[in-house]
Write a protein that binds this ligand. Structure first.
Ligand code: SAH
Length: 287
């Protein structure tokens, strides 16, 4: 992976070189959360069972919004704006033709609240409510390219947010799993994905720190919020047969580094790619 120079998220950031220490993988044994489950299917007691399973993960149904503040129609004007974005800033950051085609196919404007409709095809993040943002398009493209997804490969996204990145992934493979911690965002993203025909994207409202064990291993994992360490459950769920993970890691409120993690057997290779700024990776139970 070659280093790149990019303008990212809220700030202009240059790749300063890979002089930062590789962050330690969180090697603590996986401990089930003591937070009580909120739905009946999560009632399996696990205190004496150290095996990570989804049964104890705190979760709840994501509420489907009664009304949707989104423009779902893909008008010629929006299509023309999208092509300008792809031909300009996105093409400067991304060279994979499949990724560019995926970004041309997905109507980003349908994933942003209608008051930002006019800005949907500018190369910067936009608010989606609950203090969260839809990521900058060129960064979405770069991270997607780093995943190097082949059709049929299984990919897990942590941080569904608007659902935009999940739709891009769904243009590349039919095995997309995505987790969002904020119920309202999870519900809204689910509805948008359904309305746009991305019905086979699997969504879950949960703390993505634990991944999605039922569907592991994943050929690729993309994390779109920044934790301060590499979550051990995600490494455990990465395919040992060349699995790739793209993840920003760093302090809350500061700049983070975007890492490409590759797993072969028990060997974990980490490359720091560039500096970025993401919203924080939040936790449900605080471990
Ligand atoms: N990929 C998104 C970007 C969303 S911003 C898009 O295309 O729009 C990051 C998202 O990560 C936010 O919605 C935030 O709520 C979510 N998030 C933060 N911590 C999380 C966690 N532990 N598990 C799942 N989602 C999390």
């Amino acid at each position: 992976m070659r280093p790149r120079i990019a303008i990212l998220m809220c700030a202009a950031l240059l790749v300063a070189g890979c002089d930062q220490d590789t962050p330690a993988i969180d090697t603590l044994p996986f401990e089930p959360s003591s937070t009580p489950a909120t739905t009946s299917d999560l009632s399996t007691p696990i205190a004496s069972d150290p095996t990570p399973t989804p049964t104890f993960r705190p979760t709840e149904l994501a509420p489907t919004p009664a009304s949707l503040d989104r423009e779902l129609e893909d008008s010629p004007t929006q299509r023309a704006r999208r092509q300008q974005l792809i031909a300009g800033p996105v093409s400067s950051a991304v060279s994979d033709a499949r990724v560019l085609a995926a970004m041309s196919a997905v109507p980003r404007h349908a994933f942003v609240p209608t008051r930002y409709l006019d800005q949907a095809y500018n190369d910067y993040p936009l608010p989606i409510g609950h203090g969260q943002t839809i990521s900058q398009p060129s960064l979405v493209g770069m991270m997607t390219e780093m995943l190097d997804l082949a059709p049929g490969e299984r990919v897990l996204e942590i941080g569904t947010g608007s659902g935009y990145q999940a739709a891009i992934l769904a243009e590349l493979t039919d095995q997309v799993y995505t987790i969002e911690i904020i119920p309202e965002l999870a519900g809204t993203a689910r509805r948008i994905l359904d309305e746009l025909g991305y019905t086979d994207v699997h969504t879950l409202r949960a703390d993505g720190y634990y991944g999605w064990w039922e569907h592991a291993p994943f050929d690729a994992i993309i994390v779109t919020a920044a934790p301060d360490h590499l979550p051990a459950p995600l490494v455990a769920q990465l395919s040992p047969d060349g699995g790739r993970m793209v993840i920003p890691i760093g302090p809350v409120g500061g700049y983070q580094s975007l890492w490409l993690v590759e797993r072969n057997g028990d060997a974990i290779d980490m490359q720091r790619v560039l500096d970025v700024r993401f919203v924080p990776f939040t936790r449900e139970s605080g471990d």
